[in-house]
Design a protein around this ligand. Structure first.
Ligand code: PMP
Length: 425
């Protein structure tokens, strides 16, 4: 029995499903999850010592590749001075100032310890600021696991949502409206009928949790205008896209100013961090200045902040995103070309250093399009790639990530493996 299989058996005896976050369990693709022992640059090694080129990157944070020496050094230096104090530190100000400098929509920002905390807090803040209860989210967008966000669409357009998880009271879900992503008519109807009740709209401005879906500019402009018109807070959840699609996130790409932004992943450089920030007027409603309560024992962890600062320092260097974006696009184009050679219904696209691979003829524009792709084919493709030493996200409904540590040779080797996998399909 492989060490991976042995560990998986053992893990399932003490940890539900053997994992501490569900997607790690390979339920969607089947088979045994790889227990990772270490990572360096573009590679990870599993418990059996097998090496993989990694396109998951800890689900986004590892934009510099794993264990970048400058990030590790910053972490070591911070750790020596103490792991956490529960008191303010200078590093937190540096991080806040840097986020404000890089993302012009952010005038004030607060650090938390995960993306979930960031979105949960932003929603509470939007409700406190507006005095309204209803929130709007979109089918296929994931914003972490707060109760009011684990909601799926009700039976008809504009009915309030139903819980998508056990343990979420219907009374909570009924305040969440779930709309089709990238549909202007759905947005307009929603605001026309409920506009005055809506505290906020939360959106993945490029969606990375239903594979990769890129909304139209027109749609995003309309969303911004409707929120302004109706006094609803527009929250861009850039936990995944922030510093991933470019230095200014999706807000920079689409030239839209959200009222609040949530961040995570890259700003922690691989350590547990999240952040939410935006308009001063809204942020001043947070305790201790305002009435909206929000707190955290480990918020602004000095070690996590050090990792984040070291990461941000490197990614803001001139040319960083140009090279990374070009490499990611070459990867997506190469995948599409290889599949076309074998006559497969397949498409691919990249946005910055994120990519989507789809077993469908055309690049999906909506949640329904993504759901219509051939999931069984993806699953077979995933395992062929994994066997060949290329680690893709273990689900047809996740985006992928390229890091600055992926060389042209790494990408070329993965494309060669993909060509063989497509041929076998
Ligand atoms: N928002 C988005 C867009 C995410 O992709 C995620 C996690 N993948 C979260 C929020 C939740 O972040 P965390 O897992 O750190 O709680």
């Amino acid at each position: 029995m492989s060490k991976n299989a042995e560990l998986f058996e053992r893990a399932q005896r003490s940890i539900p499903g053997g994992v501490n976050s569900p997607v790690r369990a390979f339920r969607s693709v089947g088979g045994t999850p790889r227990f990772l022992a270490r990572a360096q640059g573009a590679y990870v090694w599993d418990a059996d010592g097998k090496q993989y080129t990694d396109y998951v990157g800890s689900w986004g944070p590892a934009i510099l590749g794993h264990a970048h020496p400058e990030v590790i050094e910053a972490v070591q230096r911070a750790a020596i001075n103490g792991l956490s104090f529960g008191a303010p530190t200078e590093g937190e100000i540096e991080m806040a100032e840097l986020l404000i400098e890089l993302l012009p929509s952010i005038e004030m920002v607060r650090l938390v310890s995960s993306g979930t905390e960031a979105t949960m807090s932003a929603i509470r803040l939007a409700r406190g600021f507006t005095g309204r209860d209803a929130i709007v989210k979109f089918e296929g967008c994931y914003h972490g696991h707060a109760d009011s966000l684990l909601v799926k669409a009700g039976s008809g357009l504009l009915t309030f949502g139903n819980p998508s998880s056990g343990g979420v009271p219907a009374d909570f879900a009924k305040h969440t409206l779930v709309l089709d992503y990238n549909s202007i008519p759905a947005l307009e109807e929603c605001f026309a009928t409920r506009g005055k009740d809506i505290a906020c709209v939360i959106i993945e401005p490029v969606a990375g949790n239903m594979n990769l879906v890129r909304p139209s500019q027109e749609y995003m402009d309309r969303l911004r205008a409707l929120c302004t018109e109706h006094g609803a807070v527009l929250i861009f959840d850039e936990v995944m896209t922030g510093f991933r699609v470019g230095l200014q996130g999706v807000q920079g790409l689409y030239k839209i100013t959200p009222d609040l932004t949530t961040l995570g992943k890259i700003i922690g450089g691989g350590m547990p961090v999240g952040a939410f920030g935006g308009k001063r007027e809204i942020m001043e409603c947070i305790a201790p200045l305002g009435t909206v309560y929000q707190a955290g024992t480990l918020s602004g962890s000095p070690v996590a902040v050090a990792a984040g600062l070291a990461t941000l320092k490197l990614i803001r260097q001139p040319g960083f995103y140009e090279t990374l974006t070009a490499r990611t696009s070459a990867f997506a184009d190469g995948m599409a070309a290889a599949a076309a050679k074998h006559g497969l219904a397949f498409s691919a696209q990249a946005v910055g250093a994120m990519f989507g691979l789809y077993f469908s003829q055309d690049v999906p524009q909506s949640f329904a399009d993504v759901m219509a792709s051939d999931r069984e084919r993806f699953n077979r493709f995933f395992h062929l790639m994994l066997d060949a030493g290329h680690y893709l996200a273990p689900s047809a409904f996740e985006a992928g990530f390229v890091s600055a540590a992926h060389s042209e040779a790494d990408i070329a080797a993965t494309l060669t493996a993909a060509d063989a996998a497509f041929c076998a399909l």
